[in-house]
Design a protein around this ligand. Structure first.
Ligand SMILES: [Zn+2]
Length: 440
């Protein structure tokens, strides 16, 4: 069970929050309490949404007299394309945000790695709700008030870790920014400030971890790596690689700019993600039938970010419900194996359904691999997969190509064209590595 309050609740500085507003009394968040909170908060979401033009149009045929859950069932699913179309029609922000009461003071945007950029705005209350999400994440992740958090990247306009950083500072946890520096300088700084927790994308922390190994560093490791932004944190081969190279525990986290920080792994039930169900109402829908299922696309309704509500938002993430209660005692939905893949990424290659994410699971098991890229070539009905592998320093490239070739053939049941590239030639991204590309 959770050990109770290991960190101060948000707002204990008396500046921003009343502790009673904080859901972080995690042991009391059993399924019954979550259901009660959900009903109350969903009703607030509908009240607020009806004041926002985009939503008042979308909800105009749904009676506000029926229960919030019955209203929810009648709301059409919302896609990122719907939000982008609204912003294209009413630039630059669309009619998606509250224009009354509190000012919209925070700007973030999606990274645009998969096309158009979505712009998002928040008022103070919505922003603080996301800080509360992070407070819950830190508690589930086992972060202590004595920890020193190091953020080895620039935050840019992306929601990413802005909210994590701010939540931690308000909770009285030392939070150290590491943006605007070279990777070497960041690595040095992480040790100079004696960081106990590193936060970042799995691929960037792998890059830093390799540099640390190449430098033959004997300095102490951080004890926790909190990773987000890519699926790697829930891919066993990637986790193992990170945990081995840093001698630290990996905690996976996931979120979306337009929804918020939504999920985290706990210390007592590794290999799965807890959805913060008092903050986000989840549905899992079969992608074909649209019916409720235990395995399918995750659809979320934001319950606390009232300045820009999203109701029944299609996340595009494939997930599976874990039927076994987590030993930590935290109530609500737990996703087995984290995010299993992206619905849009699935391609059909030589008679097989193929999720590019499986490549990460296969290739990061190869001990000689440093980084890779996959290019899916589509021509007519036939697709083929090209894979570029970058060896670690001192590793024979042809041996790595053979190992990658046979591992892909054994697990995917088709052949890929595998080629080796020079050490250090594949770009390392600080935020969201895109290892897979579709051409044709
Ligand atoms: Zn748990």
């Amino acid at each position: 069970m959770l050990r109770g309050k290991i960190i101060k609740p948000l707002g204990s500085d008396g500046l921003e929050f009343h502790p009673a507003h904080y859901d972080g009394h995690l042991r009391s968040l059993d399924s019954g309490r979550i259901r009660a909170l959900t009903q109350k908060r969903l009703s607030q979401v509908f009240n607020q949404a009806r004041k926002i033009p985009f939503w008042s149009e979308r909800l105009k045929d749904i009676s506000p007299e029926i229960s919030p859950l019955k209203q929810l069932a009648q709301v059409p699913l919302l896609s990122k394309g719907d939000l982008l179309a609204e912003q294209a029609k009413y630039p630059p922000y669309g009619r998606l945000f509250s224009t009354t009461e509190n000012g919209l003071s925070r700007y973030t945007q999606t990274s645009g790695t998969s096309g158009q950029t979505l712009r998002w705005l928040d008022d103070g209350a919505s922003w603080r709700a996301m800080l509360e999400c992070w407070a819950m994440c830190f508690e589930l992740a086992g972060v202590h008030s004595s920890d020193r958090l190091f953020f080895p990247f620039s935050f840019g306009p992306f929601l990413g870790f802005w909210t994590a950083f701010e939540a931690a500072t308000r909770m009285g946890i030392l939070s150290i920014p590491g943006g605007g520096l070279s990777s070497e300088a960041r690595l040095r700084m992480a040790f100079e400030v004696d960081a106990t927790v590193l936060l970042g994308t799995p691929s960037y922390l792998i890059h830093l971890g390799e540099m640390r190994q190449n430098h033959g560093s004997k300095v102490p490791s951080p004890r926790l790596l909190i990773v987000a932004g890519e699926p790697g944190g829930s891919i066993p081969a990637t986790r193992k690689r990170l945990e081995t190279m840093w001698e630290a525990r990996v905690i996976d986290h996931a979120g979306m700019t337009e929804v918020g920080p939504t999920m985290v792994e706990c210390t007592e039930g590794p290999g799965g993600l807890h959805l913060l169900e008092s903050m986000y109402l989840p549905e899992i829908l079969d992608p074909q039938s649209g019916q409720v299922a235990d395995h399918g696309e995750l659809v979320l309704t934001n319950l606390r970010r009232l300045s820009g509500p999203v109701i029944r938002y299609r996340t595009g993430d494939l997930v599976a419900k874990d039927p076994v209660p987590c030993p930590c005692g935290f109530g609500g939905l737990k996703l087995k194996g984290g995010i299993l893949g992206r619905i849009d990424d699935m391609v059909f290659i030589r008679g097989n359904n193929f999720h590019p994410q499986t490549l990460e699971a296969i290739l990061f098991e190869l001990s000689g691999l440093s980084e890779y890229r996959a290019i899916i070539h589509r021509s007519g009905d036939l697709a083929k997969l090209e894979v570029l592998v970058e060896p670690l320093q001192g590793i024979d490239p042809s041996g790595l190509v053979d190992a990658a070739d046979s591992a892909i053939r054994a697990r995917c049941l088709f052949r890929a064209e595998v080629r080796a590239v020079e050490v250090g030639s594949l770009l390392r991204a600080e935020l969201k590595a895109r290892r897979h590309r579709v051409e044709g």
